[in-house]
Design a protein around this ligand. Structure first.
Ligand code: ATP
Length: 666
């Protein structure tokens, strides 16, 4: 290398920010004194969190019909026949229950009538037979409800889950970047999906209990109209207690999901294979176990606090309810003694009261569950609705399969939770057939620029145009389809070797054999595949039988092969060879920059190893979200600016005769 600057004493660039103060001697791993869940309350994505627990009970009860309607719509969508069958059978069962009660009163009336005992028993037989018949028929109808319900609930689960996964997998990348996304999606995944399935069961139970009550209440009203308000007074306190505990539980769950996410993170760090070696060599187990225990204790406290509060509320409700029940029976006794009610009707009233009490308790419980589950279903539906607003833009116009020029004009980009712009007025022109490099310090904006070019983010200001068309006029996913990205930390897909290459074109089952072979050969993955027991079809994960684990460098070869297989108009490589050995790196660069070079492709390389960008037609030097220099290697070296300094610094590390480096090792 004839560059005059090589070998000169390298200078480290001066820091551009204010000097960093010393760190504190100790720092809590997470906000220590903060109230549980506080960190969620101000979150952009979670402004509605806990809203339901702050809403009045009447408003929530008022929302129940709408939520029931939504759940029934879900059920209808899942299986209209089963939904209809459940409704009809349920109605039939309730009618049978009401007739059963009437028939039971008929039995009592026959038994308490005047006359000889055998005659009274004989007179009661038809009503007894009717009671038995109705009971059996009701059992058959209830079995039918259970059968159709068993068919319905898994379908609802599948449909809602597919909706959830479809939306979450498609929302714009910046939504996923949002710090609250994980909380919201895990709450929807863990609870919302579960309760969406549960709520149909509870709504059926509520409807059944309500229909039962209407039947029993009609009988009670026939016996004496005063008995109904007395009965209601005995169960309302219990109902209020249930509603109160449901509200407490919901609020607690919102806090819980933050803690659960945090504790899962520590569980994962303690269990995960990829962290295992570093965990041990850092002897970090006690520190992580300590943090795990700290969170576990907070979960334990939250559980205990909630359990205690619920028990207290339930006790108060039942004490008042018991008192009211006693009063109801006393009133019934007085009415019978005063002769307002014949003895047979009094006996019938006790039966009706018992039945109504049981039914009312079911209603209270079912309302409690429907209400609690509805909050979670609402939570899930709100999340899904939000996801729908975050889907990639659709304009009805697709990106072309080829592009001659990409023009980046004064582009700015600030991450949703970013304090300052990650890109601040970047302009460049990229032409088909050229190879371009982005270089610069960590955090200077290179990866952000590449994600904007890949259509994963939209500029906050400025434009990116493809042959004069602003990309915002094109369907976002069609732009993404024309850009192949090889990322810094490629995904190690636990799929077959072949699927690890074809997935870049959106398939894990179909392949173009010739193209796959070419891409594997160019990236160096061919030799890795040749050494696998089942070659192309070997699963690349130890989680599967006969699965194989690859080294970091070999995974990187697959990532490059994926990028090449996509054969897109733009190929973006973000530090693709950092973990490859020198020969593999050389081969990959040769393939990408020369051998496998589609003449109409724009190839963009992000690299900290400046030796690999020498051949690029254009090099853009990033600093603090701006481009401070650009040109080819020779012109940048002549400028003797940032690039030349960085290059010289790296090159010096390879100069064995540099006096300053002599004797540094050992
Ligand atoms: N998902 C994100 N959310 C918020 N800020 C981000 C995100 N990704 C990057 N940033 C910030 O944007 C700025 C630019 O980051 P970027 O990853 O583009 O830099 P880079 O030049 O590629 O760095 P490196 O060389 O370390 O890969 C940095 O300040 C970084 O902290």
């Amino acid at each position: 290398m004839n560059d005059p600057t090589i070998g000169a004493s390298p200078t480290v660039p001066h820091p551009r920010t204010a000097p960093l103060p010393l760190p504190p001697a100790s720092a809590p791993p997470a906000p220590e004194g903060a109230e549980l869940g506080d960190e969620l309350t101000d979150a952009y994505w979670a402004t509605w969190d806990g809203e339901a627990s702050r809403t009045s009970m009447w408003r929530i009860v008022g929302r129940l019909p709408a939520i029931s309607r939504r759940v029934l719509q879900m059920a209808w969508r899942a299986d209209a026949r089963a939904t209809l069958a459940v409704i009809v059978l349920q109605l039939g069962s309730a009618v049978m229950a009401a007739f059963g009660l009437l028939a039971s009163i008929g039995v009592l009336q026959a038994l308490f009538a005047q006359g000889a005992t055998p005659d009274r028993i004989r007179a009661a037989v038809p009503s007894l037979a009717l009671v038995a018949g109705l009971l059996m028929f009701r059992a058959v109808l209830d079995a039918g409800v259970a059968l159709y319900q068993a068919r319905l609930t898994p379908k609802i689960r599948r449909i809602v889950e597919m909706d959830f996964l479809h939306l979450t997998a498609h929302v714009r990348l910046e939504a996923v970047d949002d710090a609250n996304w994980a909380d919201d999606s895990s709450r929807a995944n863990d609870r919302g999906l579960y309760y969406a399935r549960q709520s149909i069961t509870q709504i059926i139970e509520l409807a059944s209990a309500m229909l039962g009550l209407i039947g029993a209440a009609s009988v009670l009203t026939v016996v004496h109209p005063l008995l109904l308000p007395l009965l209601l007074a005995s169960v309302i306190p219990q109902g209020l207690a249930s509603v109160r505990s449901a509200r407490m539980r919901f609020l607690s769950q919102v806090r819980y999901s933050t803690l659960q996410r945090r504790i899962r993170l520590f569980t994962w760090l303690l269990l995960d294979r990829t962290a295992a070696a570093e965990l041990r060599s850092s002897t970090a187990q006690p520190a992580l176990l300590g943090e795990h225990e700290r969170i576990a204790r907070r979960i334990e406290e939250e559980d205990t606090r909630l359990g205690r509060a619920e028990a207290g509320t339930a006790l108060a409700g039942r004490a008042i309810g018991g008192l009211a029940t006693g009063l109801t029976y006393a009133a019934l006794a007085l009415m019978t003694m005063a002769g307002w009610l014949p003895l047979a009707s009094g006996g019938g009233a006790v039966l009706a009261i018992r039945a109504s009490q049981g039914t009312l308790t079911r209603i209270v419980l079912a309302t409690h569950y429907v209400y609690e589950h509805a909050l979670w279903v609402d939570d899930l539906l709100t999340f899904l609705a939000k996801c729908r607003t975050l889907l990639p833009r659709r304009t009805g116009r697709s990106a072309p399969g080829k592009v001659k020029t990409i023009t980046v004009d004064h582009v700015e980009y600030t991450y949703p939770d970013g304090k300052k712009p990650a890109l601040n007025g970047v302009s460049m022109e990229l032409t088909a057939g050229s190879t371009v490099a982005f270089v610069g310090a960590n955090g200077s904006g290179k990866s952000t620029m590449s994600k904007l070019l890949a259509g994963l983010y939209e500029p906050t200001a400025g434009t990116i145009s493809w042959d004069g068309t602003d990309v915002l006029e094109l369907d976002a996913e069609s732009v993404q389809a024309q850009v192949a990205m090889v990322l810094q930390d490629p995904v190690e897909w636990p799929l077959s070797a072949l699927a690890n290459i074809t997935i870049s074109t959106g398939t894990i089952t179909e392949a173009d054999p010739e193209r796959a072979h070419r891409a594997a050969t160019a990236s160096g993955a061919d030799r890795v595949i040749a050494g696998l027991p089942q070659q192309w079809t070997t699963p690349l994960s130890k989680r599967f039988k006969d699965g194989e684990e690859l080294s970091g460098g070999n995974w990187a070869k697959f990532a490059v092969a994926r990028g090449l297989y996509k054969d897109a108009a733009v190929l973006l490589l973000d530090e693709p060879t950092a973990s490859m050995d020198p020969r593999a790196e050389h081969a990959a660069y040769t393939a990408v920059l020369r051998g496998h070079h589609r003449t109409d492709r724009i190839t963009i390389l992000i690299s900290h190893r400046l030796a690999s960008v020498i051949e690029c037609d254009q090099i853009f030097v990033f600093q603090d979200g701006r481009i401070i220099e650009n040109g080819d290697h020779t012109s940048l070296m002549e400028q003797n600016g940032e690039y030349a300094q960085m290059f010289t610094l790296q090159a010096a590390a390879y100069q064995t005769d540099t006096p300053s480096r002599k004797g540094e090792c050992g």
